[in-house]
Design a protein. Structure first.
Lengths: 250, 253
């Protein structure tokens, strides 16, 4: 059972005290390997009979297209952008995540409110305002943070190329993308760690290889889904064998 | 609590609030023309008009995707976009800003939809404090009569049909507007809004507005030679290609 608790006041539209599904959040900076791990977890859970919803930022029907369009231009202040993201977040909360939890599914969420708070905070938006804004977010059953340092992150990002927003080029005054990325991550990573501490994330060392990280993550997720109806955890899991080079694409 | 973080800007901000059919837009329009005619630099901003956000609001309304919270959030995004791109820069420059609806519209409408009042005030704390907030108070029956006369079909969200108050759009609209009016009544006290009797003679309402506004116009930015009509007349042109000109340069009646 997911106990229905919110960070702030209960928003209108959700009445239940508990929901039969599980809300599992994977957090981490861009390029750390979140999407890869979410894809692996989804397959693993489905193989074991769980119904899985996977969702992530900017995937709402309501605000997804609008945010993508708005980010094409350069006239977006951080407050507007964050309220836009909050709209996207709530639309997915209400029309994807909560219905999935009601139906007894595992909701696997690739980045929750924490990435949004960390990214906004380093851009000068008040942390307090952000945490207050997201008072309507459901407290997850489990939040796993993929922790990494800059030196280990760099090769993973290099392999796929730098992104304008993910390098903080919208607000940092750096001439080249590499410097900008370095500066951005050096501000962002401590912000994630602060959130991890304040909100009691399960921290997983993501410096290790994909297979090793998955094994740790899988154990944590297995714990979180324990007691669900489709619990078929009787069969032991096979050891993970994933070739690093082929699975490094994020 | 004080929801306004900024009240340090040199410009002047006058805003109007009231339920549909209160006549607030008419009065603001008259004020706008008067100020422009006197040579003031005036920016006009209306609810739900951000070029970046309004497409999403429209999509939400059309597909009926909006719940109380997403309705609230998308309107906050629209407002934030106009505050940062139009209103704050104009106030920093020392201009006059006129806003048709402001934070109080969100406080009233969203509270009626069950959104937490304290949450709303803090979310909107980025809004600069208005110089004067006019609240056009109109009896419910009078407002309904005015609206239904000029508008044959009520829209889904406009009539509050998303709230399941009544299946009949007109009845739903009546209940919805009544609830909003009750919220406004509380806001007048909480924020010291300037109450205007919207049943009074239109000219007298406008006179009162101008008297109150005039007290705040000392040292406010004026523009010389900005009268486009004069310029066009002088040059013997009609201004056929001027449709996309900036609102800041908008000319008088």
């Amino acid at each position: 059972m997911t106990e229905v608790r919110f960070y702030g006041d209960r928003p209108p539209g959700i009445e239940e005290a508990t929901l039969p599904g599980r809300l599992i959040v994977i957090e981490g900076t861009d390029g750390v390997g979140r999407s890869t791990q979410v894809a692996l977890l989804k397959e693993w859970l489905e193989d074991r009979g769980y119904a899985v919803l996977d969702t992530g930022l900017v995937r709402s029907e309501l605000a997804g297209p609008g945010i993508k369009r708005a980010k094409q231009g350069h006239t977006l202040d951080p407050i507007t952008l964050n309220l836009f993201y909050a709209t996207d977040f709530w639309d997915r909360m209400e029309r994807q995540i909560i219905p999935a939890l009601r139906a007894g599914m595992v909701a696997l969420v690739d980045r929750y409110i924490f990435s949004l708070i960390a990214r906004a905070t380093v851009r000068g938006v008040s942390r307090e305002w952000m945490e207050h804004l997201y008072g309507f977010a459901l407290v997850p059953d489990r939040t796993v943070y993929l922790e990494i340092d800059f030196d280990h992150l760099l090769p993973r990002v290099l392999s796929r190329g730098f992104d304008y927003w993910e390098s903080g080029q919208d607000f940092l005054r750096e001439n080249d993308v590499f410097r900008s990325f370095e500066k951005y991550q050096s501000e962002l990573l401590p912000e994630y760690l602060r959130l991890a501490r304040d909100h009691h994330f399960e921290v997983v060392d993501a410096r290790r290889g994909i297979g090793e990280v998955f094994e740790v993550l899988r154990a944590k997720v297995a714990e979180a889904v324990k007691g669900m109806e489709v619990d078929r955890l009787a069969t032991p899991d096979p050891p993970v064998e994933i070739r690093e080079d082929s699975a490094s694409a994020n | 609590m004080n929801p306004f973080e900024r009240s340090d800007l040199p410009g002047k901000l006058f805003i109007v609030e009231g339920i549909d059919g209160s006549g607030k837009s008419t009065q603001l329009d008259l004020l706008h023309k008067w100020l422009v005619g006197r040579g003031y630099l005036v920016l006009f901003s209306e609810w739900n008009s951000s070029p970046i956000v309004k497409g999403t609001t429209k999509r939400g309304k059309k597909r009926k995707l909006l719940s109380p919270m997403s309705f609230s959030l998308i309107h906050a995004a629209d407002f934030a976009s106009r505050i940062h791109a139009q209103i704050i820069p104009a106030l920093q420059a020392g201009a006059i800003v006129l806003a048709d609806r402001y934070v109080y519209t969100a406080f009233a409408r969203d509270a009626v939809r069950g959104v937490n009042r304290d949450w709303l005030r803090r979310v909107y704390s980025f809004a600069p404090r208005p110089t004067i907030s006019f609240y056009f108070d109109v009896p419910l029956d009078e407002a309904i009569r005015r609206i239904l006369e000029g508008r044959p079909a009520l829209k889904y969200y406009e009539a509050g049909l998303d709230m399941g108050l009544d299946d009949d759009p007109e009845e739903s609209f009546r209940i919805y507007q009544g609830l909003i009016r009750a919220e406004y009544a509380a806001l007048v006290d909480e924020f010291g809004l300037e109450r205007m009797d919207a049943t009074e003679n239109l000219i007298r309402q406008q006179q009162r507005m101008r008297e109150l506004v005039e007290q705040h116009l000392d040292g406010v930015m004026r523009v010389e030679g900005r009268d486009l009509h004069d310029a066009l007349a002088k040059a013997g042109l009609r201004g056929r290609y001027l449709a996309g000109r900036s609102q800041l340069m908008e000319v008088g009646p």
